[in-house]
Design a protein around this ligand. Sequence first.
Ligand code: AMP
Length: 273
Amino acid sequence: MTCSFNDFGMHEKLIKAIDDMGYTTPTPIQEQAIPYVLQGKDVLGIAQTGTGKTASFTLPMIEILHDKQAKARMPRSLVVSPTRELAAQIHDNFKNYSKYTKLSTVLLVGGESMAEQTRVLSGNVDVLICTPGRLIDLFERGHILLNDIKIFVIDEADRMLDMGFIPDLERIAKLLPAIRQTLMFSATMPPPIEKLAQKFMSFPKRISVTPPSSTATTVTQEFYFAETAQNKRHKVSDFIKAEKIQNALVFCNRKKDISAVKGSIAKYTGEKV
Ligand code: AMP
């Protein structure tokens, strides 16, 4: 049976805002995540953009937060996003869904006036949405207190990893109360994200709406062990020769290796590289 937004028991102010958006039924990630978030559980959502994952945390957060107010300079919830663009989209989501409530939502991203952000922070902020660098910056300048955060959301955790934000996230998490609700969303779950999830969350409910990244069935993968870099280059060349490969793409993990690999393949295979 398909569930409806009414089944979650959320306030009519939220249902009205959802209705205004034209949504009729929750998406699979919303159907699974919203009840757990409402119960105060930690949630690990493995979902890509386009699945409706933003509403799967914004809607229940509004429900949890809407009937109380924040103290000055002490936001009650924090959403961190890897990019300014994504943070702005999350902010728009919050504004749309909370328009019939009194919740105040603030967006703090790099490249915007620090003076204006400081002014906004001196008021009451229920939901703070930011990129990691700007949050740390404002915290270090003493403009914000994070000890009243009740809900912490990390969106697109795998992109955070790609962009080198994991140390910043670890720092931010240390500034938050140990007793809080943590929600983490990621399109993929590489081992460092898995580790982060274990560190930041307690007994998270794991929800996956896309299969974990897998290789297409038409692709064959093989693993060759090589002890030295030279040995490695020979193996690549031998393989290209033995399999009579006409077209190949060879990836290197460092720029400086490329010319050595290129020279080696050209020399051993006699092919144009
Ligand atoms: P997201 O995955 O959060 O980036 O959302 C992707 C798009 O789906 C956004 O444009 C949302 O406005 C839209 N959306 C989210 N939830 C629903 C829903 N239940 N029904 C229809 N559209 C939705």
